[in-house]
Design a protein around this ligand. Structure first.
Ligand SMILES: [Zn+2]
Length: 305
């Protein structure tokens, strides 16, 4: 594979991942957890140092830097919203990259994950759902990222799939995210077992074949199938890829969702093929690398598949 030297960055809620690529080959990759309780200056410093390390591994300035960002970033590079880190709001996210001298492109982490999955699967109609701290969604339709009129379409975590379900962080009741995110599934399993249960316990329980874990997985599968049934009506994806840190780790989840889809969808309606994300929990970083290689057109309607 060939390609210009680039750096890809994934700024997530709990982790920061940086990869350097030369001729399409990874020459450096590192993931660090954000230090607990650190202030924004320390976090920006860590970001700058991690990027500098990747640039050094390349042995020269990258042609471009692609950034998959969990925070919302405006066209000037300023953070507009990040509920996870209120201190980032209003800060210019270009600052930690200035010393590289390279052009920086920002993209929504969930959108970039969808682009990476569609590109790798050569599938022009694909939905990606990332299960982790929340539920992130991205849609590729007709080979292009679905952006909507204001650039922030496909907030699939806020599809209401369970009107009697838990209240979401957004204030609505029954959002997909309120039922199928990592914290929501941990809470569901905790109630089921009547003992504190983490997402790591859930992953282990699924691997061990524990009944409570299977029940929790079925609950998640129900909610995901309802969301996919709606999407099958609206945009008719050919494939649904389940990713994110938790979504990639729950063995058997795609099969359970697929098993529920025919009943959740309208009779006779074609439903997507459900799979684990090709790039697993790294789909956003992969998408950032794709953005760095291909340029801003990818977010502006250029075909990816
Ligand atoms: Zn919501």
């Amino acid at each position: 594979m060939s390609g210009p030297p680039v750096v890809a960055v994934d700024i997530g809620g709990t982790k920061l991942a940086v990869r350097a690529l030369a001729d399409g080959t990874t020459v450096h990759e590192r993931t660090v957890h954000w230090p607990r309780g650190a202030d924004t200056d320390v976090e920006f410093g860590l970001l700058a140092a991690s990027v500098a390390e990747a640039v050094e591994a390349l042995g020269g300035a990258p042609a471009r830097i692609g950034v998959a960002a969990a925070p919302n970033v405006d066209r000037h590079g300023r953070v507009t919203v990040w509920p996870n880190r209120p201190g980032w709001r209003g800060r210019c996210l270009r600052t930690p990259f200035v010393s590289t001298g390279a052009p920086v492109l920002f993209g929504d982490d969930a959108s970039l994950a969808a682009l990476a999955e569609a590109h790798s699967a050569a599938c022009p109609d694909l939905v990606h759902l990332g299960l982790g701290t929340g539920v992130g969604g991205g849609l590729v339709c007709g080979g292009r990222l679905l952006t909507g009129a204001w650039g922030s379409a496909a907030e699939l975590g806020h599809l209401v799939v369970d009107p009697g379900g838990p209240v979401c962080r957004c204030g609505a009741r029954g959002c997909l995210q309120a039922g199928a995110s990592g914290p929501a599934l941990a809470a569901y399993a905790t109630a089921l077992r009547d003992r504190p249960t983490t997402t790591a316990d859930l992953v282990a329980g699924v691997a061990d074949g524990a009944d409570w874990a299977a029940d929790t997985l079925d609950h998640a599968a129900d909610l995901l199938a309802r969301a996919l049934a709606v999407l099958a009506e609206v945009v008719q994806p050919e494939r649904a890829h389940l990713g994110g840190g938790l979504g990639s780790a729950l063995t058997g989840l795609p099969e359970r969702v697929a098993g529920r889809l025919p009943a959740a969808a309208r009779a006779g309606r074609p439903v997507p093929e459900v799979r684990t994300a090709t790039h697993g929990a790294h789909a956003s970083l992969e998408g950032a690398a794709l953005l760095a290689r291909r340029g801003a057109g990818l977010l502006g309607g250029e075909r990816v598949a």
